[in-house]
Design a protein around this ligand. Structure first.
Ligand code: AMP
Length: 116
């Protein structure tokens, strides 16, 4: 269970810069940031590989990832400037870690979504 890279971070078996934690969600800095602020939010409980694997009864967890990101943005003072949240699902989206996670990107104008 949770035998993924992010499971190891949740269990503190490998290092990460943890910037957010509540009962159900862990937030840590992305090791290869794509924006001045790039934080990954992951559920601490049962491992789910992708958004496509979320059962209906696990739906509230997805909301908790989003609310954790919004909470972090307010706390860090960039909520008013704005930010982007992204969840990649499988190969065509470029998902590389198959442990569901929400990217939070901020800290500079990010351009229109999809603009090269
Ligand atoms: P995705 O491509 O949506 O699966 O996102 C996976 C993200 O995990 C990428 O942005 C990676 O840079 C990031 N990542 C990979 N290994 C680590 C690590 N050890 N600590 C923090 N972030 C990582």
């Amino acid at each position: 269970m949770n035998d993924t890279l992010f499971g190891k971070i949740i269990r503190r078996e490998i290092p990460a810069t943890i910037v957010y934690e509540d009962d159900e969600v862990l937030g840590f800095k992305d090791i290869a940031p794509q924006a001045p602020v790039h934080v990954l939010f992951v559920p601490k409980g049962e491992a789910i590989a992708t958004l496509d694997d979320v059962r209906p009864d696990q739906g509230p967890l997805i909301g908790k990832l989003a609310l954790a990101a919004a909470d972090y943005a307010r706390r860090e003072g960039f909520a008013q400037d704005g930010y982007r949240v992204v969840m990649n699902c499988r190969e065509d989206a470029g998902q590389t870690v198959f442990h569901i996670h929400l990217h939070l990107l901020a800290g500079a104008p990010l351009g229109h979504f999809g603009t090269p």
